[in-house]
Design a protein around this ligand. Structure first.
Ligand code: G1P
Length: 169
């Protein structure tokens, strides 16, 4: 048979990279609730959150940049980029002060800010390295914007209890 080899990736290859487990969030109660659902899987270790609808292309993977900053500053880390004043309302706005290079200290944040609530044009974009202290906060987190439990609301509390940095990736 002279047919060409199929092109593309071997769909089995990713299964060799890691052990993959699934948890279902059975109700749409928000990102904060989704992270809360993973608490027993995560246990007592720092962990990464990657939102699948934010696709990044970077020479050094964004989550690797966050792990480096989180390790260096013994902190949680969020990935941010500057967005336009028109776009910030679609994201979360972070209050930052310069720390060194592309890394900033985070002291406050707001989900889907109204114009008067905007801290900066730095928006969190789908990548987080968090300490398990977030679970104690999410346990009691009330629904926020859109009636959903917002991870951002939990992070706002976390950044007041523990160090948090933002990496402009
Ligand atoms: C989520 C987060 C928001 C973040 C955005 C982009 O919002 O809640 O803080 O800025 O992702 O990563 P969503 O896109 O689900 O409305």
């Amino acid at each position: 048979d002279e047919r060409a080899e199929p092109v593309g990736i071997d769909a089995r290859a990713p299964a060799e990279l890691a052990n993959i487990s699934f948890l279902r969030q059975k109700e749409t109660r928000g990102l904060g609730h989704a992270v809360w659902c993973a608490r027993s899987f995560v246990g007592d270790d720092p962990f990464a959150v990657l939102l699948g609808d934010d696709v990044m292309r970077a020479e050094t993977p964004v989550i690797g940049q966050l792990i480096e900053a989180a390790t260096r500053y013994r902190a949680s880390a969020v990935g941010v980029q500057e967005v336009s004043p028109e776009a910030i309302a679609k994201y979360s706005s972070v209050k930052v002060s310069p720390l060194g290079g592309r890394v900033y200290d985070v002291t406050d944040m707001v989900e889907k800010p109204r114009p008067e609530e905007v801290f900066s044009l730095y928006a969190i974009l789908g990548r987080y390295v968090l300490t398990p202290a977030i679970f104690d906060i999410l346990r009691d987190q009330k629904p926020g914007y859109g009636g959903e439990v917002q991870l951002t609301d939990g992070l706002k509390t976390l950044c007041r209890k523990e160090r948090m940095v933002a990496v402009d990736f």
